[in-house]
Design a protein around this ligand. Structure first.
Ligand SMILES: [Zn+2]
Length: 183
């Protein structure tokens, strides 16, 4: 999916992360929604693209990335794990080692991270149907559904994401708390 497509889907999903953090108020919900859009493009800009210019004409001839495309920033499992931890913490979970973290604006920080990581998960799910593979578990394994090229079906996919986002929000399908599995 292209950057513009990722933005469409980010806006389409924003309602769901906002609903996860709703008990922390409007500011938390706005931060979560905004961070969803930011996170939906994050795996690409975290690779730190650098413009390559022609030596003579100084015109842009391409981009290179400090981190190889679709490797370290595109590991699906890592983003899912980060989202799950943040969503559990924002809903009052207490996790070992993190209990001592006591800070006034913790709720707002984790609300923002819930949106950001949800956007990151979404980015990878939207890259998955492409021909260019992404890693599922580590930066070294690769998987691609190989359904369509990167720039295709962006608006229909965004509509599907919007539908799922509304459905999952009103059915309250939050991720289960991590502490349920630790005790
Ligand atoms: Zn990507």
């Amino acid at each position: 999916m292209t950057g513009v497509g990722h933005l469409y889907t980010g806006f389409a999903l924003a309602l769901y992360p906002a609903s996860i953090v709703q008990e922390h108020g409007w500011l938390a919900m706005c931060l979560a929604a905004g961070a969803t859009v930011l996170g939906s493009t994050a795996p690409d800009w975290l690779e730190i693209p650098i413009t390559i210019k022609d030596k003579d004409t100084k015109k842009r001839i391409g981009t290179r990335r400090l981190i190889k495309h679709r490797t370290w920033t595109h590991v699906l499992l890592w983003w899912i794990a980060a989202f799950w931890v943040c969503a559990s913490l924002v809903r009052g979970d207490t996790l070992p080692y993190l209990d001592s973290f006591d800070w006034t604006h913790k709720d707002l920080l984790f609300s923002t991270l819930v949106g950001f990581t949800a956007g990151g998960v979404l980015h990878l799910l939207c890259d998955l149907p492409n021909k260019q593979s992404i890693p599922l578990f580590t930066p070294w394994d690769r998987f691609a559904l190989n359904f369509w090229n990167s720039n295709r079906f962006e608006k229909p996919v965004a509509l599907v994401v919007l539908g799922l986002s509304i459905w999952i929000t009103f059915e309250s399908h939050y991720p289960p708390l991590i502490s349920n599995y630790l005790s």
